[in-house]
Design a protein around this ligand. Sequence first.
Ligand SMILES: [Zn+2]
Length: 675
Amino acid sequence: MKIKHFLSSLLVISLLWSCADTKKEPVETVEKEEFNYIVEQFADLKILRYQIPGFDELTLKEKKLVYYLSQAGLAGRDIMWDQNYRHNLEIRNALENVYTSFKGDKTTSDWKEFEVYLKRVWFSNGIHHHYSNDKLKASFSSDYLKNLMAETNTKLEEKAFDVIFNDADNKKVNKKKGVDNVASSAINFYDPTLTDADVETFYKTAYKGPKDRPIEAGLNSKLVRENGKLVEKVWKSGGMYGSAIDEVIKWLEKAKGVAENEKQANALGLLIDYYKTGSLDTWDDYCIAWATSTDGNIDWINGFIEVYNDPKGYRGSYETIVEIKDFDMSRKMAVLSENVQWFEDNAPLMDSHKKDNVVGVSYKTVNVASEAGDSSPSTPIGVNLPNNNWIRQQHGSKSVSLGNIIGAYNSAGGTERLKEFAHDAEEIELEEKYGKPADKLHTALHEVIGHASGQLNPGIGQPKETLKNYSSTIEEGRADLVGLYYLMDPKLQELGLVDDWKKIGKAAYDGYIRNGLMTQLIRINLGDDIEEDHMVNRQWVSAWAFEKGKADNVIEKMIHDGKTYYNINDYVKLRELFGQLLRETQRIKSEGDFNAAQDLVEGYGVKVDQAIHAEVLQRNEQFKSAPYSGFVNPVLVPETNEAGEITDIKVIQPESFKAQMLEYAKKYNFLAREI
Ligand SMILES: [Zn+2]
């Protein structure tokens, strides 16, 4: 088994490398193959490391740009901590002080539990689980922590101390139906006293930007009540988080000085203006400049971006990613962009929901050089920005797949779990041979074609307004369905994207159904509903197709030796079902049909079959691999001459996860004065 696993991971890496970087010398390829991707495992988490392919081939000026952008990103790291929860930074400071100065017995189980707790807090950028949003449970007593703090002379305010152990603020983001989402979410986007009604009232009359060009209202502020009035405390230089934002600006100025071209420099200039003024109109100008600046080899994501952490979908979490273009892979993916109109024209949508001109979709595979905030240590594997709909429609968007991150995931995982949950030998073989390219292609189709496809009916509001709390999962499911529909299409082969479209399609469908109906359940506790938007959509897509195909036995539920499997009998019919559901999902979005969205999501996506869930958890127990992974960043080390000028930048790997976390806390502690 081990040898096979070893061989198959070698195969994956060499495949990746052969399309990712043709310039590599053979000697270096051998080095990469021996790279150890796993740093450590604890609790439900696995820490991986990644390399930066192509970095050595950059010019010194390009390397500097990467370095400055990565410093800009890390400078804002603590913003994410404070956004996640108002007591996070003081708790982290206290825990780190204990951790670095305690001189007592470190062999006890209490100490080990304390260490794991701290690592989990580091991983989640706070005391709530990065994925489930539940408050992390401390497996040591409050007395033990009190003793540690006394021995290390550590101070922590009583309220912050208590919250580690009590039931207060148990959920970071609560999007559940039937509760006050704002009041029951611990996220630091709203005063603890605010309610759903407060937020809704405020944004009824708040400034929303020019007509037809709505700003992302509320994106860069905290909503608070001051003297009985609701006001936005804006995150900007001189405002909330100003001391960290000033550091971000400092590094962005340097980056601007070594920009690759005028468009890039212009975009960076607008980003700096935005951080200085907090103006969301300037943010839109920046997003347009950034989305249309596509010529460089280096790119970045920097700002308050994704709104998943806001139960109301207004406020953005601080996030940065620094990227280097993956030239060869990008050429392949450009094929999808060039043919995006064909995909729109041939989609199973109602004609009125199709776009006549799909604008400016770009897709790239990039390699990550540095991540911070919302995207670190837990990272996305693909990103599609900007988020503002009218900018996407009029100016296009950028879609990137994070190639080296996906590669690291693939190389660190095993195949034992696949063998447990796949129905038969053919399914296993298809997954082993075609699973990874199929996954990659699904991500590409989801981002390039999926999110670009379809249009709203005239006069219908943005999905956030019409579909409300269901807008994200409907959008993600819709994009998944576009991908699923086309994964079983000979067009992919005609375009030179796959060698064998049928096998790729089968592997993709097997993998999606297996995950959507079974294996993703390993990520949640028995008895819990599915809440995370992507997980919810994977289940409603899979469960809907299973139910609607029952009469024709399209997906068959089989039980062998007491184990459940879902076996696809008819891939062609399954594709038709995906097409039907895509048409319906697009209709829901285009018409803003809230009730239909609710029926679909609540009916198929949220509730879990308890018997299946218990069985999946039990069958999964034999695999030690943690369900969640995240990454340490490679360290970029500038080399300077006597005049202090940078002469080169080296990439080294951090000593350990804890070493990097402690280093970051010391070096980028820019909110210390504000908390
Ligand atoms: Zn998506």
